[in-house]
Design a protein around this ligand. Structure first.
Ligand code: F6R
Length: 607
């Protein structure tokens, strides 16, 4: 996830773009860059690793005079955070900023290299200016060259493109957000409206395959073939204060709502439904034939994802999996075999205990595989191999989209390994990919019912303790639900495997104790119903989360929230979402500092 912005108008573009870039920094801050053009001088371009401040410090306003330009703030996906991988990217006289992922960039790069083009970065984006330049060299005009290039791209993009010598800004969108701001004597493009809300509140919300051409102060929107399309200009009532959070009150809420998009980005380029294949370009593995055990090691929310990963792997691959908390694992001298595989999971890739666990394992010569979100992080660099979750920057301290994308990665890894070992055939993988692909839409339907969770939060916000219960694959989900609640609302919450309730926690239950049950209709259903009966008998208040519209306990419980069905191993991706919302709304109603709860930090870099 990156932020892009572009300007053409009557004022100096540089400060306008830098200002907009700051409001887009929540989308990433690995590097930033800007390109400015005016009639008199060639395009000037500056790029810096780090935040927008670094970029601003590096440019002299006098050198960057001009009334048209593009700017970018990056969250690295392809190519480590560095100046040479920073946008804008340039080839010949064409300059591009991009948000999204070009899935077929390797193939395009090869063919462009054969034409004699040389590449300066490791990014997927750089193929775009090369493609456009190449079409221009073949005799096409700028606009036509862009259209021909867009037709060659697979994947997602929001693009801003300019060319030296032409007062033309071209933008295009497919599966990544992009809007046009209509100002007084000026047009802007941006990844979201708050980035430019201080200049205009009139926006055109672009659709996929729209191509925008701003030329000499006039605007034209066409489809990818050049046929004009009409798009309404809407007035939006937003304030600048909403800017950094894209209109959401907190980063955490924004990140919860981003999960459909984040999950699509996790899957993109890896699943091949037709062929029944899941591919990981970046993966290297030890000999599966000799592997006796897989270990999954992490902290906090990432550890909860490991508990789910274990169930996904064991059920399908029939290889024993051991899970461990990183801070325990590293000190207990675990019995490792040189043929084992250790999977270390971390959103940040900077968690000290997880890194220390990885170092211990490497000393023993065992293969380490990191599942990380942050590109170029310590864990991702120092492990033998890495799979990225591609969830986009997670800024709220409470982890949300990292969790659901980690589960998706575990599931995809299972499919990949299953195919390698013969545990799964093409039909199985195809069927599972079909289910995976439906998840973003299903999460969206849960998010669309968010007000039910807000209401539930209102009814329960003053309770002092919560109990969370679930069985099987839902046990890690309730651990995660309870962790979310306690860390952001400071309400005491405990999670147990539902079968354990009668071994102790049942003593806590009275009319003041909400008991959250996750109980979809699966192999755990009947037993969990009995546990609910036991709670209700003791006057406990049950909040039920299920995929069953006609759950047999519906009539007896305080609240029922129904989410969509999916296969057993993927249910946590769905059932955790209402629990995230519940925790968020309770904390928000209580007025705590949701994004930076007391005593916590986003990356725990101390042991
Ligand atoms: C909880 C939370 C933490 C992290 C933990 C590990 O909401 O965010 O429990 O999950 O500190 O962090 P990473 O995944 O960055 O290693």
């Amino acid at each position: 996830m990156c932020g892009i912005v572009g300007y053409q108008g009557n004022e100096e573009a540089c400060n306008i773009l830098i200002d907009a870039l700051r409001r887009l920094e929540y989308r990433g801050y690995d590097s930033a860059g800007i390109a400015i053009w005016d009639n008199e001088r060639p395009i000037r371009l500056a790029r810096k690793q780090g935040k927008v401040n670094e970029l601003q410090g590096a440019i002299r306003e006098d050198d960057f005079r001009g009334r048209m330009g593009l700017a970018h703030t990056r969250w690295a996906t392809h190519g480590v955070p560095s100046e040479r991988n920073a946008h804008p990217h340039r080839a010949g006289d064409v300059v591009v900023v991009h948000n999204g992922i070009i899935e077929n960039y390797l193939e395009l790069k090869e063919s462009l290299k054969k034409e004699g083009n040389s590449f300066q970065s490791d990014t997927d984006t750089e193929v775009i200016p090369h493609l456009v330049s190449s079409y221009i060299r073949k005799g096409n005009g700028f606009e036509e060259a862009v259209r021909l290039s867009l037709k060659r791209l697979k994947g997602s993009y929001a693009l801003g493109i300019i060319r030296e010598g032409e007062n033309t800004l071209i933008a295009a969108k497919k599966e990544s957000p992009l809007i046009v701001g209509v100002g007084d004597g000026e047009y802007m493009i941006a990844s979201d409206a708050p980035a430019i809300i201080n200049r205009t509140n009139r926006f055109i919300f672009l659709e996929d395959d729209d191509v925008v051409v701003v030329r000499d102060g006039t605007l034209k929107i066409t489809d990818i073939d050049g046929t004009e399309v009409s798009r309404e200009t809407k007035h939006v009532q937003w304030t600048g204060a909403m800017a950094e959070k894209g209109g959401y009150r907190h980063f955490m809420l924004k990140e919860i709502f981003e999960q459909p998009r984040a999950l699509s980005d996790t899957l993109i380029g890896r699943i091949q439904e037709e062929q029944g294949e899941v591919l990981f370009e970046e993966l290297s593995l030890p000999d599966m034939g000799k592997m006796k055990k897989i270990w999954m090691v992490a902290c906090g929310t990432s550890y909860h994802a490991c508990l789910i990963g274990k169930q996904i792997f064991e059920a399908n691959l029939r290889i024993p999996v051991e899970t461990d908390i990183a801070s325990e694992f590293r000190y207990r001298d675990p019995i490792l075999d040189e043929n084992d595989l250790i999977i270390l999971v971390s959103q940040s890739g900077e968690t000290a205990d997880t890194i220390a666990a990885m170092k211990e394992v490497k000393k023993k010569g065992v293969h380490t595989l990191a599942i990380c979100n942050v590109l170029g992080s310590t864990l991702s660099r120092e492990s033998h191999s890495v799979v990225y979750t591609h969830a986009g920057p997670e800024i709220g301290v409470a982890s949300t989209k990292a969790f659901t994308t980690q589960i998706a990665v575990f599931f995809m890894l299972m499919l990949h390994l299953g195919k390698l070992t013969g545990a799964l055939d093409t039909q199985d993988v195809r069927r599972h990919i079909g289910e995976l692909k439906k998840l973003p839409h299903k999460i969206q339907t849960i998010l669309d019912s968010h007000s039910e969770m807000e209401e539930c939060a209102r009814r329960n916000m003053h309770c002092k303790d919560f109990l969370y219960l679930g069985r099987g694959i839902h046990f890690p989900t309730v651990l995660e639900g309870a962790l979310k609640l306690k860390e952001i609302s400071y309400i005491h919450a405990e999670a147990y495997a539902a079968g354990e309730m009668k071994h102790g926690p049942i003593a806590l239950i009275d009319e003041n104790m909400p008991v959250v049950f996750v109980s979809p209709r699966d192999q755990t259903y009947k037993k969990t119903c009995s546990n609910m009966e036991e709670v209700i008998t003791r006057r406990g208040k049950v909040l039920l989360f299920t995929d069953d519209n006609e759950h047999e306990m519906s009539g007896k419980v305080d609240t029922v929230f129904v989410f969509p069905e999916t296969v057993y191993e993927l249910q946590p991706v769905l059932d955790v979402v209402p629990l995230q919302l519940l925790a968020y709304y309770i904390a928000n109603l209580l007025g705590t500092d949701v994004d930076q709860p007391r005593n916590l930090a986003k990356s725990v870099t101390v042991e």
